[in-house]
Write a protein that binds this ligand. Structure first.
Ligand SMILES: [Zn+2]
Length: 304
């Protein structure tokens, strides 16, 4: 048990030393023993209590203390089950779908954006969209093939006085269009709110007048990630020559609005594109799109 106390003492002393502060090892050891042996406090609680005491004594903030887990960038998070610390900004919060989850959403730094989950059991205060925090001692995890970080009881979230930058919102993706959603093609939108109507019904305004629009909601796969993309009329016309008028003509000729979707699927599905767009909450709103023209010289070079 003495060995364990020495170990924990060393740990605490080193952490303060790394942050540029000298603490008295005897004092640390004495307090640990008291908490663990006399008061039967669990080790991790004891370490936290002594650390808090020392911070108060030395009048230093949490931010001045080096995180126990290595400070990493989001792009470096590639394997599950690692304890890390990171500085990140809350990009957006989603509705938690489980009572076990207190908050869920996306956080980002200049290297990337990652999903985060704060477990209800962690007993942490809430984070706010747009604010930057030091997420200390969070655990990396993999869920549905994507990395995420989990905030648990041993983690700390400290708001920081620093505006963490996010990766450029404009994104270029080169990949194959692997899916086109049903509510694509020649669609109708509500005249009042522009929402997509289903069978002439606006989800908000009910049966109202609508107007025609042409769009594709699809999925581009670049071999590493899936991107949900939205192509507007201009994008679609640039690729296929089919604009709103041409789409209406197809629908009239076939007496079926869905014929437009079928035609677009035939022409575009499975083909490779270069897409430039803005990353929204969920979709990549496409600004520029073109068929990928294979660079013959490069391909020839690879073959030779
Ligand atoms: Zn509406």
């Amino acid at each position: 048990m003495e060995d364990r106390i020495n170990e924990l003492t060393e740990q605490i002393v080193k952490r303060f030393k790394d942050s540029g502060f000298d603490v008295d090892a005897k004092e640390v050891s004495k307090r640990l023993k008291l908490l663990i042996f006399e008061f039967k406090v669990p080790e991790s609680e004891a370490v936290r209590t002594v650390t808090n005491y020392l911070m108060k004594e030395l009048d230093i903030s949490r931010e001045q203390l080096v995180a126990e887990s290595p400070l990493v960038k989001i792009a470096d998070i590639t394997t599950p089950g690692k304890w890390v610390s990171l500085k990140a900004k809350v990009v957006q919060l989603w509705d938690a779908t489980s009572p076990n989850v207190s908050q869920v959403g996306l956080i980002g730094d200049e290297t990337g954006i990652i999903k985060f989950v704060i477990w209800a059991k962690a007993g942490k205060g809430e984070v706010e969209e747009g604010k930057s925090y030091l997420f200390k001692n969070v655990v990396t995890d993999s869920f549905g093939g994507r990395m995420q970080v989990n905030v648990n009881r041993s983690s700390q979230i400290v708001e920081i006085d620093e505006d963490v930058q996010l990766p450029p919102r404009e994104l270029e993706v080169v990949g194959a269009l692997i899916a086109i959603q049903q509510n694509s093609g020649l669609i109708k939108r509500c005249k009042l709110c522009n929402r997509t109507m289903t069978k002439d019904i606006c989800p908000v305004h009910g049966k109202v007048e609508g107007y025609d629009d042409l769009r594709i909601k699809g999925v581009v796969d670049d071999g590493e990630n899936y991107y949900e993309v939205i192509l507007n009329e201009d994008n679609i016309r640039a690729l296929t020559g089919i604009g709103l008028n041409e789409a209406r003509k197809i629908a009239e000729e076939k007496l079926d609005r869905n014929a437009v979707l079928t035609e677009l699927k035939t022409r575009l599905l499975g083909r490779y594109f270069r897409v430039v767009g803005t990353r929204g909450e969920r979709y990549l709103i496409v600004r520029e799109v073109e068929f990928l023209k294979p660079d013959i010289k490069t391909i020839a070079g690879e073959i030779l």
